[in-house]
Design a protein around this ligand. Structure first.
Ligand SMILES: Cc1ncc(COP(=O)(O)O)c(C=O)c1O
Length: 405
């Protein structure tokens, strides 16, 4: 720990730039760093110095992209697919995604309503840019994926953080929407399964949430990026109950393509033309070769690989969840999906950021502090990612058992 502090490296330092005197926009000072990236950078640095670090901070699959995807990308490059492509995505990929909705959920989603984006991040930016006027608010959970509120701020709106805990499965529900809706609220945003908690919304909960938001004339955005990575129960798509909702999704997680930067959104038909216009201006096009690679994600031999990986994630979860609880962390809601466990560490610390730094520096275990995901009891929580092999998870649990007694 002291070594770290002597270097002047702190996860909070970079959130306090003197932007006003530099003439930079006020919004930038309110956008906080993505702390997990800093944890990862420090973990990588320590590993380069020879430390044996168990990486449980990353929010991405540890597996490299499946071989058929890599080969399709290579073939696209060899064919010269190196030019701009359509702003909404190449037609075969939009059609493959439309078939994906039919096969997975039995839904008829026209390819024209599906826009391919640079990651779920690009989808989020398009939706924020489409919906938010300056001063508008969007309800979202605290804890939640940190970039959501920052995207809202970027377009001069606000994430309106609703503290959630085990009583609502760490999710927004109709009651919370009703209780927290303000004059400037224009909608609500949820993720199912969610980051960092892994909890998912049932069909009934999605229906009630949608009805409440619609009764207020609001928009509903559902981030379904962790669909496909569900180990307990099911995670229905919001489109099964509300075809007018905005859906965010990605090739990053289930398809294991984080570095290719490819995602998609589903929008109501009426919104598509405006969103394509925004996409043309913001991105011109997505990576053309990445889109050709992603097409291979729907091939049966790739799906077999991805399903095997889902099973491996499930086995890791089944090992880690009880192990974390035995260590003394509390996990009041069973994480149904994604690859995270959001643990209450209040028995050990009231400063999870320092706690995580100490575990990293002195014990070689990289975890993400709760402060990355909001404010509500953030200092008492941390996130375990099971994005490393079982032997490494066991090593981490052994190390933590020694430290925590
Ligand atoms: C809930 C959620 N949404 C969106 C993203 C962004 O993913 P990408 O831009 O890689 O598709 C992430 C990444 O961790 C996430 O956890």
């Amino acid at each position: 720990m002291s070594r770290l502090l002597q270097r002047g490296w702190s996860m909070s330092d970079s959130s306090k730039p003197d932007n006003a005197t530099r003439g930079y926009a006020a919004r930038v000072a309110e956008i906080e760093p993505f702390r997990v990236v800093e944890v990862l950078a420090r973990a990588t640095q320590l590993a380069a110095e020879g430390a044996d670090i168990v990486h449980m901070a990353a929010g991405e699959p540890d597996f490299a992209s499946a071989l058929p995807i890599v080969e399709a990308g290579r073939a696209a490059l060899a064919r010269g697919e190196t030019h701009y492509s359509q702003a909404g995505g190449i037609p075969p990929l939009r059609e493959a995604l439309s078939r994906h909705y039919a096969d997975t959920y039995g839904l008829d989603v026209s390819p024209s309503r599906i826009l391919v984006t640079p990651g779920a991040s690009g989808a989020l930016l398009l939706i924020a840019a489409l919906l938010m006027n300056p001063g508008d608010g969007m309800l979202m959970t605290d804890p939640g994926y940190p970039c959501n509120r920052h995207f809202m701020r970027l377009v001069e709106g606000r994430g309106q953080l609703v503290p959630v805990d085990a009583s609502s499965n760490y999710q927004l529900n109709a009651q919370l929407v009703a209780a927290n809706w303000q004059d400037n609220t224009i909608g609500a945003m949820v993720a199912s399964p969610a980051n960092p908690t892994g909890t998912a919304l049932s069909r009934e909960e999605l229906t009630a949430l949608s009805a409440e938001v619609r009764s207020r004339g609001g928009h509903l955005i559902v981030d379904e990026i962790y669909h496909g990575l569900v180990y307990e129960g099911t995670a229905p798509s919001i489109l099964e109950v509300d075809p007018e909702a905005f859906v965010i999704n990605s090739f990053s997680k289930y398809f294991g393509m984080t570095g290719w930067r490819l995602g998609w959104l589903v929008a109501p038909e009426a919104a598509v033309a405006e969103m394509e216009k925004l996409a043309q201006n913001l991105f011109i096009s997505m990576s053309t070769m990445a889109q050709h690679a992603a097409l291979a994600g729907f091939e049966p031999q790739t799906r077999d690989i991805l399903e095997q990986r889902r099973e491996i994630f499930g086995q890791r979860r089944d090992y880690l969840l009880p192990a974390v609880q035995e260590l003394g962390f509390s996990v009041p809601c069973s994480p149904q999906g994604a690859f995270y466990i959001y643990a209450d560490a209040s028995r050990f610390t009231q400063d999870s950021e320092q706690f995580c730094l100490q575990l990293l520096e002195e014990h070689g275990v990289a975890l993400t502090p709760g402060v990355d995901f909001g404010h509500f009891r953030a200092n008492e929580h941390l996130r375990f990612s099971y994005t490393t092999g079982m032997d490494r998870l066991e090593l981490a649990v052994d190390r933590l058992a020694r430290v925590l007694g």
